[in-house]
Write a protein that binds this ligand. Structure first.
Ligand SMILES: [Zn+2]
Length: 255
């Protein structure tokens, strides 16, 4: 009685899991008369595996398939100030007064396949020519290079991008960025999941058929051995052993 009560309290603690299991059983139409089969178990495993695979696949496609959507360029005039340099947007600086310029190419790309699931802000590509700043800057020319912290002017460029009034320029300050459209991503992942799972079903079916065939072959072998008065398990000749309960060779119970 005491044991029963304690097991009940344990079961009550696992309430949500139990409810989930009951719901899952109902979904599979499992009951005492209709137990869980290899088939339903395999379908569940295929469902989980194809879901994980669909998600990983979509993330990988999003990171690898990127088509450039638009390209903008921003130019800055560079001025020396107290042993460092400052980037000033071209429009606001004195026109034609400065030969020291930084050129930045900003690219936005559609990411994902077969339809876009995110918008990627690619690493800005920067180049500069600073002939008038030889005593402040070490590298006075820089061919088009993706913006990284190894570049001498990276902090100033990031600062200038972050200070921009245009939000489409501002978001490039942090470098590569992926803005995922979660609704589209979920839909595409869901459809991929369904397709992958549907592809799994014939495979599960074939496994089931294969099992059925080997099972039938096994029972045919047992019937043949029984006819020959041999042990169904090991084939030991049981001639003259009509009243033995078990096979003397392997211990299989004889019926
Ligand atoms: Zn035997």
């Amino acid at each position: 009685m005491v044991v029963k009560r304690s097991s009940q309290s344990v079961r009550r603690r696992g309430g949500p899991i139990r409810r989930l299991r009951r719901w899952h059983r109902r979904l599979n139409y499992e009951s005492a008369d209709r137990p869980r089969t290899q088939w339903t178990m395999r379908v569940d495993i295929a469902l989980v595996l194809s879901g994980v695979l669909a998600f990983v696949l979509m993330v990988l496609l999003q990171a690898s398939v990127q088509r450039v959507k638009n390209t903008t360029t921003v130019d800055y005039v560079v001025e020396a100030r107290e042993e460092t340099v400052v980037l000033i947007p071209v429009g606001t600086a004195d026109p034609g007064s400065n030969i020291n310029t930084v050129h930045i190419v900003l690219k936005t790309a559609w990411a994902g396949w077969p339809i876009r699931t995110a918008i990627a802000s690619l690493d800005p590509k920067v180049s500069w020519a600073l002939p008038g700043l030889t005593d402040v800057v070490e590298r006075t020319t820089q061919p088009g290079t993706p913006l990284s912290d190894h570049l001498e002017l990276a902090p100033q460029i990031r600062e200038a991008l972050a200070d921009s009034s245009d939000p489409d320029i501002r978001r490039f300050a942090e470098g590569y960025r992926l803005d995922v459209d979660y609704l589209v991503f979920s839909i595409v992942t869901g459809v991929t999941w369904m397709i992958l799972w549907a592809l799994c079903l014939p495979v599960i079916g074939l496994i089931g058929i294969g099992e059925g065939v080997t099972g039938r072959m096994g029972s045919a072998r047992r019937r043949r051995l029984r006819r020959q008065n041999r042990c169904e398990n090991c084939g030991y000749d049981l001639k003259g052993l009509d009243f033995t309960a078990a096979c003397p060779e392997c211990g299989e119970l004889l019926t």
